[in-house]
Design a binder for this molecule. Structure first.
Ligand SMILES: Cc1cc2nc3c(=O)[nH]c(=O)nc-3n(C[C@H](O)[C@H](O)[C@H](O)COP(=O)(O)O)c2cc1C
Length: 201
């Protein structure tokens, strides 16, 4: 997990402070987040992914561009993120636009992964119907062995890579007793500055 040390955007800094707390406490899957996408009919869907990097641009995760989410993002790049840590009693909501990161950044991440994970990314057609998991696992095993035997490294397939969520609003929610929760919402203005306000719980 990479937090850029030179983050200057205030609400992103606030998010990183909370992520740092969760990481330091070693909370299980502390970097897991839910991402919601919307299809062409306006129907939402959501799933968990792992946050891989945060910098002034926003929030980064790795996925398959041909997956269900990938296809929905192609048609509608508005997304929402949600983090929650029971132990911290904190929730973070992010809304914004999503884009692919550069091939170089995706390659760097892909090449840092274990061989079997890289091979699984090549073989798996994420979100497509599958006949047999046995067949899939066998294919992964065989391809992994073939790379090992030849001493070669797989190249990142074009359908896998990093996504960046560029936030336009970020809400930091802190649980209070008897529903006296604190909600601070940051919104990006048309002048590219961040405004904040408090919301009723
Ligand atoms: C804790 C957790 C972390 C996950 N991390 C990722 C991830 O980083 N990238 C990813 O593509 N899928 C990840 N998944 C699987 C997704 O939730 C989902 O099944 C997959 O991306 C396919 O979603 P889609 O069919 O809506 O595209 C994760 C699942 C869980 C439960």
């Amino acid at each position: 997990m990479l937090f850029h040390s030179d983050i200057t955007v205030e609400p992103i800094l606030r998010v990183v402070e909370i992520l740092n707390k969760a990481m330091t406490l070693n909370l299980v899957d502390w970097n897991a987040m839910n991402i919601a996408t919307v299809n062409v009919d306006g129907s939402p869907s959501s799933r968990m992914v792992l946050l891989k990097k945060v910098d002034d641009r926003g929030f980064v995760f790795y996925s398959n561009f041909n997956s269900r989410k990938g296809k929905e993002i192609e048609k509608n790049n508005s997304v929402a993120l949600n983090f929650w840590w029971r132990e911290l009693k904190e929730q973070i909501r992010v809304e914004g636009k999503i884009e692919r990161l550069s091939a170089e950044e995706s390659d760097e991440y892909f090449n840092s992964r274990a061989l079997q994970s890289r091979v699984a990314a090549i073989v798996s057609k994420q979100s497509e119907k599958i006949e047999s998991y046995e067949k899939l696992n066998q294919e992964i095993e065989e391809m992994t062995k073939s790379f090992e035997d030849k001493g070669e490294e797989p190249e990142r397939p074009e359908h896998c890579g990093l996504y960046l969520i560029v936030p336009s609003s970020i809400e930091i929610w802190k649980e209070g007793d008897y529903r006296t929760h604190l909600r601070e919402k940051f919104t990006l203005t048309s002048k590219n500055t961040w405004e904040s306000c408090f919301l009723s719980p």
